[in-house]
Ligand binder design. Structure first.
Ligand code: ARG
Length: 493
């Protein structure tokens, strides 16, 4: 799988939480100067973020390289030092990539691990890497870069799912099914209209992801711990180097701002909710009770006990994951609430929710696309269900309106016929045919699919408006595609 961190660094063992021993370990952290003893193991166990933030390694190295070039531009590193540190960063990146990187127990997070290694490799020049920089602006920079890239990749996957929906909508032609409100049959609608409805919801998701990227396109590098620096660092220069649209304007804000994480989590939660709702329909439609869809074997699961079972697990997991995505959003919002300016260590809790939401939604999008692409729509069953004359009640009332009958009276006339039909067990078509208020031409409405072909209002569930709508959807997907390509072009890497 090629995630934003497809180049996920495998090096180093995962750290399971360890029981505190009471021992005070060696004072080898990057900040040990001020302390007499080393940190307690219990503190280290609580504080390490390496198990998850090592996924940010490639983006941290990119940020560090831009920082080094910036320091060289203002003369704080000479050319030899710049080259040495850039080489050491590149080599550290390679080691992290091929698994040969050796983590030390004192490495608190990926950022300190990288700086430690660079200093080992580049000596005194390496020790200049952190000049005018804090982990606070460093972490925020790496995480923004990672997030931008992850969201673009997810927007692409959403677009692919939309294309599948559009292609299936085009291919099903004039097929129709009952449209539902309150999960009660309401009016017949073209299947293409129904499929396109989900594609339009996803369209807003793509838009939200791209808008979130645009808003987070601010470089925090140069904000330092909270106050910038007395050294002549140039945030605009490093922002441009990293492909950010602009640099921060307030160091306190940018080092503590996690709006970009919250917005990403919201965009992913809502996307997850859309997939969950669509998933719920596939669960219903694939049941024997509906029988509207047959899922391909490759996207169905069996039962360990009941040999006959074929289950829509992809759709169910899409539904299930939505809870987790909402949980991740909630978790971050609660973390942020009540934090005073500027950086607080609580903010380290921003990573796992977003890493998880990105991973989970990627899994869902890929499987969901396959499920929709390969599903068989049982259009005869759909049509049979939609041809229930009762579903024509609204269209019948509208026939009376065309005859000059006020709608409220028309509603009442048809309501009376429906009641008659139900209580006397007479077909609605027969009752309508014998009613003097209806023109003879009303019989046409009872032909299969007639209601759908008659409906014309813009955006409505008629064949003509749906044809127009699919054209608009296609244009919209092209537009989103080029927006995504534009954003992609700004990413370095
Ligand atoms: N791993 C930490 C994080 O993600 C690094 C920041 C530590 N900064 C500090 N001032 N202690 O937030």
């Amino acid at each position: 799988m090629t995630g934003a961190d497809g180049q996920d660094f495998a090096g180093g063992a995962d750290r399971a939480p360890q029981a505190p021993t009471g021992d005070h370990g060696p004072a080898a952290t990057l900040w040990h100067g001020r302390f007499e003893g080393g940190p307690d193991e219990a503190l280290m166990a609580l504080s390490v973020s390496l198990p998850f933030d090592r996924r940010l390694a490639a983006w941290d190295i990119r940020g560090s390289m831009a920082h080094v070039r910036g320091l060289a531009r203002i003369g704080l590193l000479d050319q030899t030092e710049e080259a040495r540190v850039l080489d050491a960063l590149a080599r550290t990146g390679t080691e992290l990539g091929d698994g040969s990187f050796r983590f030390e127990p004192s490495d608190e997070d990926i950022h300190t691990a990288i700086e430690r290694r660079v200093t080992e490799l580049a000596g005194d020049a390496g020790a200049k890497l952190h000049t005018g920089r804090s982990r606070n602006d460093q972490v925020a920079t790496a995480f923004r870069l990672w997030t931008k890239e992850s969201l673009v990749e997810l927007a692409e996957l959403v677009l692919e799912l939309q294309s599948v929906l559009l292609n299936r909508a085009k291919a099903v032609g004039e097929a129709y099914l009952p449209g539902y409100t309150h999960l009660q049959r309401a009016q017949p609608v073209p299947l293409a209209h129904h499929l396109a409805a989900h594609a339009w919801a996803l369209n807003r998701d793509v838009d939200r992801l791209l808008e979130a990227i645009a808003r987070m396109d601010v470089s925090p590098l140069g904000a330092g711990a909270l106050a910038g620096s007395s050294l002549p660092i140039d945030p605009a220069g490093t922002a441009m180097d990293l492909g950010f649209a602009r640099a921060f304007t307030n160091s306190l804000d940018v080092t503590s701002d996690r709006d970009f994480v919250a917005e990403s989590l919201f965009a992913l939660a809502l996307l997850g909710i859309h997939l969950s709702r669509m998933g719920e329909e596939f669960v219903l439609w694939s049941s024997q009770e509906f029988g509207f869809v047959t899922l391909d074997d490759a996207f169905s699961t069996g039962s360990s006990m009941m040999p006959q079972k074929k289950n829509p697990d992809v759709a169910e997991l899409a539904r299930g994951k939505a809870g987790r995505l909402v949980g991740n959003l909630t978790s971050l919002l609660v973390t942020l609430k009540g934090l005073p300016l500027a950086y607080n260590r609580d903010l380290q809790e921003d990573k796992e929710p977003l890493l998880d939401s990105v991973d989970q939604i990627r899994l869902v999008l890929l499987a969901f696309r396959g499920m929709v692409e390969t599903a068989t729509f049982e259009t005869e069953t759909m049509a049979r269900a939609a041809d229930d004359p009762m579903s024509l009640a609204t269209d019948l009332a509208e026939v009376l309106v065309e005859q000059g009958v006020p709608f409220r009276q028309a509603h009442s006339v048809v309501g009376g016929l429906v009641r008659d039909s139900l209580t006397r067990g007479i077909d609605l078509a027969e009752l309508v045919g014998g009613h003097p208020a209806f023109p003879d031409s009303v019989a046409f409405l009872f032909a299969p699919g007639a209601a759908v072909s008659r409906r014309r209002s813009p955006g409505g569930a008629g064949l003509v408006p749906v044809g127009e709508q699919l054209g608009l959807l296609e244009t919209e997907l092209d537009r989103a595609g080029s927006r995504i390509r534009t954003v992609r072009a700004t990413l370095r890497g």
